[in-house]
Structure formats: structure tokens, C-alpha cells
Write a protein that binds this ligand. Structure first.
Ligand code: S3P
Length: 443
């Protein structure tokens, strides 16, 4: 359940259409968060375009305003951040409310651990159940003083005025949030802070630090920063979010007659698991007009409907497609044969338990889907009509909306208000592309 009981939203999606045309989905969530954080700490003025005006990113933006940073916008994706320098943040008057946003809380915990003031951070019902020990354990090794609930969940209380020291940390899980948290703390620590990852994860923090003139050493699976440097403001053009484009990629791949172009999508190699997996399943997907924009690769992605086949998803693709699995499970339900995912236990601690919630939803629509401890087994079949509960998880809601394109009858999805956390305007854009979708207040 999402927190905001006064704005319960239900989606009703009707079957039978195809997706077509050219659309641009909103800006990348991960890059938008980082643009505010680094822009705030930089010297000079950072101009951001293509900023995602989703609730998660607005939570980050408001947190920095509350710490004294002057930020203009967002207006049509434009944000102007008047950087205060590495040591210019001020104590917020009250606890920082970060809504549904795990990225805000985990990245901020690293930054806050190094400030001269105390901070408390909390969030909604979902964020309040998410594991924070993965950041608090290594931060404590650096000398941070930070408290969580007994279960290791928010609220987080960070005590300021600590002197941090660099560590050499082998991450137990492949997490860009943990890596970024430690690198941000490392900007303030004495000596080197190094993080080794068990598998490549998104590297937007490293790229943006470099773009802001901060030296980052990378070799193999290890990334290091030396504390005590400074950031210089640089313009940021945020590409469209491949995680948001995914719903349309899957929708077009499963709906007969579809042919859609998704414009200006970020195709950072650490994010393209969805493209690799859909191609392995036989989807007709082309990258057009590949180019680089401000240190991030971008392309237009053309997707045409095709016949999909079930596959065993290579485990090395899991961190590269971590947010795309709800939609990929819908593709698997429409494929011929069996799809098996393993090595994806991280999905159980996202905005919802994405393995269980997706398995339940697919079963409610007549698909043979079996959750396993670290993945799922899905037999391709016929998606029927039915009602599924998104459990307040934005990506689950949007995935089942797309499922309607191939269903034999309408699909109703409950608890959809959180779609606004990552994809404001989803319903209008999906309708424009050809999906018969309406959002209603749930009474
Ligand atoms: C994110 C990293 C991923 C991802 C999340 C955004 C980021 O989480 O699921 O939506 O911006 O760093 P993990 O790093 O915990 O896998």
C-alpha cells in the first residue's frame, strides 16, 4: 500500500491495441538525483535539462533546498542549482522526508555522514521497510555515527561532526546505491575510499563526478576517490530513462502490429540489460542515431512486435536490468516456452517484493508463474482478464498496464499513485502511443 490514502489511484487497461509513433519518455531518475546532489556541492551554477520531475527526484531536490541550497525550477525539465561548495550545506530545520525514494536515502546517508550537523531522514511505508544496513555498516567502518530502527530500516539518524576515514570495501551485493553512498562519503574522508563490486552496476555517479572535475580512479571492478577535492559546476543534459522506456519496449514487443521509436534514451552499458535480454528473447529492437550527451551514451530505440521465446536469463545481466524485471516478466508471460530467472534476490527488497508481487499478479491473470527464493519461473501462456494489486510499486503498475496489450480482457490494477514517483504523465504518454488506459480515483 502507498502512504497517500487520500489519493488511491486505479488503472484500467483494455486489450487489443498496438503501440506506434515516436515518443520521448521522461528523464533518467538516477542521473536526475545525482545532478541535484553534485550540483548542490559544486562551486558555480549547474544548469540541468531533461530533469525528471518525479516525486522521488523532487524529494531529493527539496532535501537540498531544506539544507540551504538555492534551486530554481523544475520548469519543463530545467533546473538551476546554485552550488554551495563541499562545505556549504546547512542544518535542515526538520527531518528530511524522502517519500518512496531508496536512492535519495542511501546516497544522502553517505553525504550526511560527513557534514557538520545532525540529520534525520524518513520516508513512506515502503521506504520504511527497506534495508539500510547495507549502507550503515560500511559507513560506520568509515567512522560515521548513524542509527536506524532495530531492524536496520529507516528512519535514519546521522550525527554530524565526525571525521571520516577512507576504507577499501568489497560490496557484498551488486548495488549502485551502496557504491554511490560510499563514494560520496569518500569525497570528505581522509585518504582513499575504494569500493569493489561483485558485478558491474550503474556508474552514473562516477561519470558525473568526472564531469564535475573530480578525479575518479577505476580499474576492473574497483572504483576509488581521494577525499578533500572539489566539484566544479557543469551543465547536465539528462537522457530519457531506459527504465521508463522499458514499458514501451515490452509493450511494443508483445503487441502485434506495433512499431515504436523511443527517443533520446540513455544506453549506458551498465543499464542495457533490458535490451540484451529482449534481444535474447527474439525481440526486434534497433538502436538508431547513437551519440554521446554529456558523458552518457544515448540512442533512439525502435521496437517492433515479434514472436518472443522463453529463455534462461544470464545472471550477468541481472544488475544491468535490475529495475526492468517486472516488465520483462510480462514479456516472458507472452513468450513461447519457459523463462527462468535466478540470482535476482535483490528484487525482493525493492519498492515491493517484486518477485512475489509479480508472480501473484501473473497468476491472477492465468499465467503459470512460480516465485523462487532468488528469481522466478514463468511459462508463456495466454494473459487473461483480471485485477492485480501493484502494492504501491510504480514499476509493477506500469508493467501490468502494458500486459493488457496482449490480454484477452481488461486488466484492473490497484494502488497506482506511486507511478508519479518515476514516470509522471505515464497514462497520457501510453494513451498517445496507443494503449487504452485510464486512471481513476479508487473509492
Ligand atoms: C539506483 C540503483 C539501483 C536501482 C534503483 C536506482 C541508483 O538500486 O534499483 O532504482 O540510482 O543508484 P541498487 O543499487 O540498490 O540495486
Amino acid at each position: 500500500m502507498s502512504d497517500s490514502s487520500e489519493k488511491q489511484i486505479i488503472f484500467r487497461a483494455a486489450p487489443g491495441d498496438a503501440l506506434s509513433g515516436r515518443i520521448r519518455v521522461p528523464g533518467d531518475k538516477s542521473i536526475s538525483h545525482r545532478s541535484i546532489m553534485l550540483g548542490a556541492l559544486a562551486e558555480g551554477v549547474t544548469e540541468v535539462s531533461g530533469f525528471l520531475e518525479g516525486e522521488d527526484n523532487l524529494a531529493t531536490l527539496e532535501a537540498f533546498r531544506a539544507m540551504g541550497v538555492r534551486i530554481e525550477g523544475p520548469a519543463d525539465g530545467q533546473v538551476t542549482i546554485h552550488g554551495v561548495g563541499m562545505h556549504g550545506l546547512r542544518a535542515p530545520a526538520k527531518s528530511l522526508y524522502l517519500g518512496n525514494s531508496g536512492t535519495s536515502m542511501r546516497l544522502l546517508s553517505g553525504l550526511m555522514a560527513a557534514q557538520g550537523f545532525d540529520v534525520e531522514m524518513g520516508g513512506d511505508a515502503s521506504l520504511s521497510t527497506r534495508p539500510m544496513k547495507r549502507v550503515t555498516d560500511p559507513l560506520r567502518l568509515m567512522g560515521a555515527v548513524v542509527e536506524t530502527s532495530e531492524k536496520g530500516t529507516p528512519p535514519l539518524k546521522v550525527k554530524g561532526g565526525q571525521r571520516l576515514k577512507g576504507i577499501d570495501y568489497p560490496m557484498p551485493m551488486a548495488s549502485a546505491q551502496v557504491k554511490s553512498c560510499l563514494l560520496l562519503a569518500g569525497l570528505y574522508a581522509e585518504g582513499h575510499t575504494c569500493v569493489s563490486e561483485p558485478a558491474p552496476t550503474r556508474d552514473h555517479t562516477e561519470r558525473m563526478l568526472t564531469g564535475f572535475g573530480y578525479p575518479v580512479e577505476r580499474s576492473g571492478g574497483k572504483v576509488c576517490v581521494q577525499g578533500g577535492g572539489k566539484l566544479s559546476a557543469a551543465p547536465i543534459d539528462v537522457p530519457a530513462d531506459i527504465s521508463s522506456a522499458t514499458f514501451f519496449m515490452v509493450g511494443a514487443a508483445i503487441a502485434a502490429g506495433s512499431d515504436i521509436v523511443l527517443e533520446h534514451v540513455g544506453i549506458n552499458p551498465t543499464r542495457i540489460g533490458v535490451i540484451n535480454i529482449l534481444r535474447l528473447m527474439g525481440a526486434g529492437l534497433e538502436l538508431l542515431n547513437e551519440r554521446a550527451v554529456g558523458g552518457e551514451p544515448v540512442a533512439d530505440i525502435r521496437v517492433r512486435a515479434g514472436k518472443l521465446k522463453g529463455i534462461r536469463i544470464p545472471e550477468d545481466q541481472v544488475p544491468l536490468a535490475i529495475d526492468e524485471f517486472p516488465a520483462l516478466f510480462v514479456a516472458a508471460a507472452c513468450a513461447e516456452g519457459e523463462t527462468v530467472l535466478t540470482g535476482a534476490e535483490e528484487l525482493r527488497v525493492k519498492e515491493s517484493d517484486r518477485i512475489q508481487v509479480m508472480a501473484d499478479g501473473l497468476v491472477a491473470l492465468g499465467i503459470d508463474a512460480r516465485a523462487t527464493p532468488d528469481g522466478i519461473v514463468i511459462q508463456g501462456g495466454t494473459l487473461g482478464s483480471g485485477r492485480v494489486d501493484s502494492h504501491g510499486d510504480h514499476r509493477i503498475a506500469m508493467s501490468f498496464a502494458m500486459a493488457a496489450l496482449r490480454a484477452t480482457g481488461p486488466i484492473t490494477i490497484t494502488d497506482c499513485a506511486n507511478v508519479d514517483t518515476s514516470f509522471p504523465g505515464f497514462v497520457d504518454l501510453a494513451r498517445k502511443a496507443g494503449l487504452d488506459l485510464v486512471a481513476e480515483a479508487d473509492r
